[in-house]
Write a protein that binds this ligand. Structure first.
Ligand code: ADP
Ligand code: MG
Length: 356
């Protein structure tokens, strides 16, 4: 059976993105980021984001139709769109654009959960040929989740952060150090300039808890205390780079610590009924080089294959929505036009996310 071709649209936060996806192949994609627009506010301003999505969504859709050579929506099999979680105003812009195009072209509409999109981004690794089932760690600006991914891509929630998400902690740490947004890449770059042996030691969180949950707000507080103490004694040491290196290490150790517990419980030697031998690492923070190295190391210890989302598909994009759409039901007629956005994923309410 030939793979279906999707026009995919993503507008859950501050990226306006579109892509044409067939099977695991991305025929064209466009991502317009708004990072600069929100920088002076120190974070994403929902109303500004929605208005900018309105200006950009037609442009990115037209761009991918032209670049893919398909030219018209009638030449795709369905239109896929992120339904949530995210900023509702921003989501509604993408959903309205997707509905209008699907209706005008007479093709079905496929609503996709943003988190399922991130999970599916690991399927885009051309070398890994990853197929469900597998385990997954999803680390982004809004979420830090440990998941089981079943054969039909049903997600089961195994662990989550109790406060900040890992990306949020990176962004807040970067702000404390006076770095540009998005904070994660800037902080990681600064950390890389330090000699790791001189990194300030911050205590990773939750390592000795028997749950798979994580927490990051304590690490952030420790950084702000260290900065205040340095200022109080007007010292030059520790340097910003040494603080950034220690901060990054603590966040990464907290994530890897929870993964180690997960692999003890559900790894190939655990005897668990749904034991898995592959681990996907996805989300914006999955672009972090230190995390990628440490994740590969801990998984190797347990005989588990690690599959990272390719760097270009770690952060928010529409290609991941197009891949995830293949696992989701298609809607047509009134059923499609009544589709609404949601701010919070059903995964938290139900502990599971069955592809729509
Ligand atoms: N190299 C990196 N190291 C650490 N964090 C990173 C890196 N690259 C991106 N991030 C973080 O990833 C987050 C963005 O992830 P993304 O999935 O796009 O966000 P969300 O879906 O939550 O809007 C931001 O918090 C950003 O700082
Ligand atoms: Mg995201």
């Amino acid at each position: 059976m030939t793979a279906r071709t999707y026009l995919a649209i993503e507008s859950s936060c501050d990226e306006t993105a579109a892509a044409i996806v067939r099977g695991r192949e991305v025929l064209a994609e466009a991502v317009a980021t708004q990072a600069e627009l929100h920088e002076r506010f120190g974070g994403v301003v929902p109303e500004i984001a929605s208005r900018r999505h309105l200006e950009l969504v037609d442009i990115v859709v037209r761009d991918v139709l032209e670049c893919s050579g398909l030219e018209r929506v009638e030449n795709v099999d369905a239109v896929a769109v992120t339904r949530g979680p995210g900023l509702v105003g921003a989501l509604l812009v993408g959903i309205a654009a997707a509905k209008a195009r699907a209706w005008a072209a007479g093709v079905p509409l496929v609503p996709v959960d943003h988190l399922l999109g991130h999970v599916a981004s690991a399927l885009l690794d051309p070398d890994a040929n990853l197929e469900p089932p597998f385990l997954c760690v999803l680390v982004s600006g809004g979420h830090t989740l440990l998941l089981d991914v079943d054969v039909d891509m049903t997600l089961t929630l195994l662990g989550s952060t109790r406060d900040d998400a890992a990306g949020e902690a990176f962004d807040k740490g970067a702000r404390l150090l006076g770095l540009d947004m998005p904070g994660g890449p800037a902080l990681s770059a600064l950390a890389a300039t330090a000699d790791r042996r001189d990194a300030v030691e911050f205590t990773p969180a939750m390592l000795h808890h028997d749950t798979l949950d994580t927490s990051f707000s304590g690490i952030k507080t420790a950084l702000s205390i260290a900065l205040r103490e340095r200022a109080a004694i007007r010292a030059n040491e520790p340097t910003d780079a040494q603080l950034a290196a220690g901060f990054e290490d603590a966040i990464v150790s907290t994530i890897v610590g929870s993964v180690k517990k997960l692999l003890r419980q559900r790894g190939p030697t655990s005897g668990h009924a749904s034991a898995r031998d592959r681990m996907a690492v996805v989300g914006g923070v999955a672009a972090n080089a230190t995390l990628r190295t440490r994740m590969a190391g801990i998984c190797r210890e347990f005989g588990v294959q690690t599959v990272h989302a390719p760097l270009r598909w770690c952060g928010d994009n529409a290609a991941m929505i197009g891949v995830a759409a293949q696992f989701c039901p298609e809607h047509a007629g009134p059923d499609a036009w009544q589709l609404d956005a949601y701010a919070t994923t059903p995964l938290f309410r139900q502990g599971k996310l069955v592809p729509n």
